[in-house]
Design a protein around this ligand. Structure first.
Ligand code: MG
Length: 378
């Protein structure tokens, strides 16, 4: 690997795995984490989970899988340039959405509402549950037994109440400490990826137009540049040329500003990163432009009536599935029925784990299998 800065996470300063294992041969500890994530069942299911559009709406829209790969690609480029641990940034990026419910944010909100009396549901915490507990692949432990830094990077935010129950991985929330710079990078790479691909997917869907986007500063400058340079270029190519310039601007700005922030802190060790303020950041100007773009996407795309109709359906599917499984656990697949439950909260958590693990199409089918009165193939 390239030269690592003294404040980068390194296998030698890692806090290691919950269950000690022999050092990997021919790959780093964080490459091993990445490999375990890629081979997990939850990772494969990301192919059929969505961000904004539901999986069956079109083959070219981003899914959580392609989104996670884009996040990893952006995070690696940034980590390399800043002499940080590229493998760790990649592992965190690939795992960051493993706990997402079917149907994007509509699904998460619905499941959170169902779980209100039982401690709530948070996709971020669920991603950690997936890698710590829910994957069943190893003889000697539940989950994937990932390194502390990978797990801590996955846990982006967390309430003090939940943090107190999570042990060492929750400690930083109680001490008000920052995560590693690699985790901070994965977090902002996520933002860069979804803002840009939602512009692309939004245009492809026809729910937003280039004319509307020409009013958004982060898009406008690049769009004008592309149109001036290539007046006869077909629209799809105009979009790609614009989006790639936007990603480039955001990535370069993030690298430049973060270098400045890191330089100002005189960091000498990883411990310094934990106690410093968040150092991976956009410049004030670009952060503001990102905010305007996000706001545009929220009002024009995420709240478009076409998206809202699908979200409403999604919420109904999630809450009806949750309700019926809570009412009669005999309808659950055996492995979820058999989970030891001391009380309703435990039972609800098993139902939430089952529902959250579903892909969009599996949830639709499961809903039909249970609720449809007409004959449905099993
Ligand atoms: Mg994401």
């Amino acid at each position: 690997m390239h030269d690592l800065a003294p404040y980068a996470v390194n296998a030698s300063n890692s806090r290691g795995r919950s269950i000690a294992e022999d050092a990997p041969q021919g790959r780093s500890e964080f490459q091993r984490d990445r490999d375990r994530i890629i081979h997990s069942g939850a990772f494969r299911r990301l192919e059929y989970k969505t961000q904004v559009f539901v999986n069956h709406e079109g083959d070219l829209f981003r899914t959580r899988l392609t989104h996670s790969i884009e996040v990893a690609q952006i995070a690696r480029s940034i980590a390399r340039r800043l002499h940080l641990n590229e493998d760790l940034a990649e592992a965190i990026s690939l795992a960051h959405d493993l706990g997402h419910t079917p149907f994007g944010h509509a699904g998460q909100d619905a499941l959170n509402a169902c779980m209100k009396a039982y401690g709530g549901f948070e996709h971020n915490l669920q991603s950690l549950r997936v890698v710590d507990l829910l994957e069943e692949r190893y003889a000697e432990f539940d989950g994937l037994n990932l390194c502390f830094e990978t797990r801590a990077g996955i846990l982006k935010h967390c309430s003090a109440e939940n943090a107190a129950q999570l042990g060492e991985v929750g400690e930083r929330f109680l001490r008000d400490q920052r995560p590693s710079l690699e985790a901070q990078i994965a977090n902002l790479a996520d933002e860069i990826a979804y803002n840009n691909h939602d512009v692309d997917d939004g245009l492809r869907s026809g729910l937003i137009t280039l004319e509307q986007l020409a009013e958004v500063p982060l898009v406008a400058a690049h769009l004008h540049e592309v149109r001036a340079a290539y007046p006869a270029l077909p629209e799809r190519r105009v979009v790609h040329e614009t989006v790639r310039r936007m990603i480039n601007t955001l990535v370069s700005d993030l690298i430049r500003q973060s270098e400045r922030n890191i330089g100002a802190q005189r960091l000498v060790s990883l411990e310094d990163v934990y106690s410093a303020p968040a150092l991976i950041a956009f410049s004030t100007e670009i952060a503001e432009q990102q905010r305007v773009l996000k706001n545009f996407l929220r009002t024009q795309l995420y709240r478009h009536y076409h998206v809202m109709r699908m979200s409403a359906k999604a919420q109904r599917i999630i809450s009806e599935l949750f309700g019926i499984f809570m009412a009669d656990k005999r309808l659950l697949p055996p492995q979820f029925q058999q989970r030891e439950a001391r009380d309703d909260a435990d039972r609800a958590r098993a139902v939430a784990d089952y529902v959250a693990g579903m892909t969009d199409r599996y949830a639709i089918r499961e809903h039909r299998r249970i609720f449809a009165v007409e004959e449905v193939p099993v």
